[in-house]
Design a protein around this ligand. Sequence first.
Ligand code: ADP
Ligand code: MG
Length: 288
Amino acid sequence: MKAFDSSMIKTDNLTYEYIRRDEEGNVEGITTAVDGVSLDITPGEFIAILGHNGSGKSTLAKHINAILTPSEGTVWVDGKDTSDEANIWDIRQSAGMVFQNPDNQIIGQVVEEDVGFGPENLGVPTKEIWERVEESLKAVGMYAYRKASPNKLSGGQKQRISIAGVLAMHPKCIVLDEPTAMLDPNGRKDVIRAVRALNDVEKITIILITHYMEEIIHADRVFVMDEGHIAMEGTPRQIFSRVDTLKALRLDVPQVTELAYLLNKNGIPMPVGILTIDEFTEALCHTR
Ligand code: ADP
Ligand code: MG
């Protein structure tokens, strides 16, 4: 079975179970980490995935890169079924992955060398490797640091180097699993700005897993996960207008969003789904 050509990522009833065994190999317990998820992501979309710890976000993400394959159901990346071994090489090239800790992803002694490892492994000719390294470093705003030693960089800079390393492999889609979780606020902003540019300028499909609500404002669509399910789906504004549901799913709502919601609830008419301080101020000035 083949997915529609218009899908970048498609899952049909994706279910994944972690099975715990004792020393003798007997099954001790089963955790259903992803439970019957069906979704369809089109090329060029910016998707954000939210959800409290243990809701299944990382397990879902690992299926997009074929690190895990489904216990039940099917995942297609760019039309290719991830459970077919013959597709793995193509899938890993189509869908790059960036993880939480940049220190585990950087292996080169010099920035430009590190970014060149991916294309080198793909057998890209040397001249083209250097072109890709240059364009990738420029795309994440790190070209000035090409000769630097990665271990002298800040967390945010290192994370942008890891993103450049993925970018140099010319993926169609990049999955970022809490890429800003270990960064300070400035590092977070720089990483998110770089990710947005990859989507806006290079039209790369982005799947951003985060627990920072403010990072999802620019997404086309948001999925909220809970206990292995997609509990909510919609635009950021639709999602943010459901403050009670978000709280029930143990998520923090931005202060301005919650304040607007509470004012509204208490008889001061405010539009729902306010996302920024500017929108809030604007709306407050126009009440009554
Ligand atoms: P999230 O990324 O949203 O925090 P995960 O996908 O990491 O969620 O985890 C989903 C569930 O699967 C959790 O209950 C977690 O404990 C369990 N889990 C994750 N990784 C493993 C593993 N390697 N072995 C067993 N259980 C796991
Ligand atoms: Mg996780």
